[in-house]
Design a binder for this molecule. Structure first.
Ligand SMILES: O=C(O)CCC(=O)N[C@@H](CCC(=O)O)C(=O)O
Ligand SMILES: [Zn+2]
Length: 344
C-alpha cells in the first residue's frame, strides 16, 4: 500500500480499491517537514513536523457516494500535498466517507450515512450494515484527531453537493449550537471560498457536522458545493475559490478575509423540518424546483395520508426536498430569512 501511494500519489484510487478497510495503518515523512499517517481506507492525516499552527482541520467528503466534486477536490489537495506542491501548516485530517457508495456511484448503499452520527449508528438495529460500521469508525477517527491536543481551534468542513440545482449554488448548513455564538470569521471564510449562503439549523441532528460541532466544540459545517454530477464530469473551474481557501487554510497562509457584515452574505434560519410520516408522502411542486424557492403562506407543499401540508409563515423557502426517503426521515428543510443571529 505504501509503495502504491508513494508511486501514484492517488489516495482516492487506493481507497476505492480497498473500500472496506486497509489491512493495517502506515505512515511516512515527506522530507523533513510533514508526517503522513494513513489510519484506514479514506483516512489520511498530514501534520507539520516543525511549526504546527493553531488549527486542527478535518475535511470530509464522499459521505454520500455520488457527491463527487468534493471527492475530486479533496483528492486534488491530497495529491498536491503528497507531491510536495503545497505543505501543511495545520494538522489536517482528510476523510473519504463512504468508499463503497463511491464505487457504486450512489448516494447510499444500505442507509444514509449522514443520519448515523452521534451514536445513531448503534441505536435501533445496531451495527447491521457497512454504513453504520463506517460511521462509527469515522467518529473514532475524528475523536482521535481532535483529542490529540487541547487548545487548538477545531474545524470540520463536511463537503457535499446537492441533488437539485439551487438559487444559491454554494451554501453551508451551520449546525444548531445553543449557547455558542456563530462565528463571523467562519462565515467570511465561507464567503471567500465562494459559499455565500448560510443556513442556521434550529435543532440537533445526527449529521457528521453536528457531531463535530457538539462533541468537540468545532467550527463545523455541512457545505454544499453545487449540484451532483458523476465522477469526472464536474467543472472544476467552479471550485477554484473553494480550493484556494481550503489550501490557504491547511497551509497556514494568510486568509485575507473581509470584515463581517450580514449584508455581504445570504442568511437563512431553519424554521422547521418536515419528516415523512407515511409511504404516500408527495410534494405538489415539480421535481426540478430549485433549492431556496419560496412559497407563500397557505401554499400546499405536500400531501400525505390524505392531509395537506401547508406553508405556515408569510413566506418559506424549501431546501433538499426529497420524497423518496424512508418513513421517519427528513423530506425537506423549510427556511425563513434569518433574523440577525448572534454572530461574533
Ligand atoms: O440535495 C439533497 O437533497 C441532499 C444533499 C445533502 O446530502 N445534504 C446533507 C445536509 C446535511 C445537514 O443538514 O447538515 C444531507 O442531507 O445529509
Ligand atoms: Zn450529501
Amino acid at each position: 500500500m505504501l509503495d502504491t501511494l508513494l508511486k501514484t500519489k492517488d489516495f482516492l484510487a487506493l481507497t476505492l480499491a480497498n473500500p472496506q478497510s486497509f489491512p493495517e495503518p502506515f505512515g511516512f515523512d515527506i522530507g523533513e517537514h510533514t508526517r503522513v499517517d494513513v489510519w484506514d481506507t479514506g483516512v489520511i492525516l498530514f501534520q507539520p513536523l516543525q511549526q504546527v499552527a493553531n488549527k486542527d482541520v478535518v475535511l470530509s467528503c464522499g459521505v454520500h457516494g455520488n457527491e463527487t466534486a468534493p471527492i475530486e477536490l479533496c483528492n486534488g489537495l491530497i495529491r498536491d500535498l503528497l507531491e510536495d506542491k503545497i505543505r501543511v501548516g495545520e494538522r489536517t485530517l482528510f476523510l473519504i466517507g463512504n468508499p463503497a457508495a463511491i464505487n457504486n456511484g450512489t448516494r447510499i448503499v444500505d442507509e444514509n450515512m449522514n443520519r448515523l452520527f452521534s451514536g445513531e449508528h448503534s441505536r435501533g438495529p445496531g451495527l447491521v450494515n457497512p454504513e453504520r460500521i463506517r460511521a462509527r469508525k469515522l467518529e473514532t477517527y475524528v475523536d482521535r484527531f481532535f483529542r490529540a491536543r487541547e487548545g487548538a481551534q477545531r474545524i470540520h468542513y463536511d463537503l457535499h453537493t446537492a441533488i437539485r440545482g439551487s438559487k444559491h449554488e454554494k451554501f453551508a448548513i451551520y449546525p444548531y449550537r445553543p449557547g455558542r455564538a456563530y462565528s463571523a470569521e467562519q462565515i467570511m471564510f465561507l464567503k471567500a471560498a465562494g459559499v455565500d449562503t448560510v443556513l442556521f439549523h434550529h435543532e440537533p441532528t445526527t449529521t457528521f457536522s453536528y457531531f463535530s460541532s457538539e462533541n468537540y466544540g468545532a467550527d463545523a459545517f455541512t457545505i454544499e458545493l453545487g449540484k451532483v454530477y458523476p465522477m469526472g464530469q464536474n467543472d472544476m473551474t467552479r471550485f477554484i475559490a473553494t480550493r484556494e481557501m481550503l489550501s490557504r487554510l491547511i497551509c497556514d497562509r494568510d486568509l485575507e478575509l473581509e470584515s463581517y457584515s450580514p449584508d455581504k452574505v445570504n442568511l437563512y434560519q431553519v424554521c422547521r423540518v418536515i419528516n415523512k410520516q407515511a409511504e404516500d408522502f408527495e410534494f405538489t411542486f415539480a421535481s426540478d424546483v430549485e433549492n431556496f424557492t419560496s412559497f407563500p403562506k397557505g401554499f400546499v407543499l405536500a400531501r400525505e395520508g390524505g392531509k395537506d401540508i401547508r406553508v405556515e409563515l408569510d413566506s418559506e423557502a424549501v431546501v433538499f426536498p426529497n420524497a423518496k426517503v424512508p418513513v421517519g426521515q427528513r423530506t425537506v428543510i423549510m427556511l425563513t430569512a434569518a433574523q440577525a443571529p448572534d454572530v461574533r
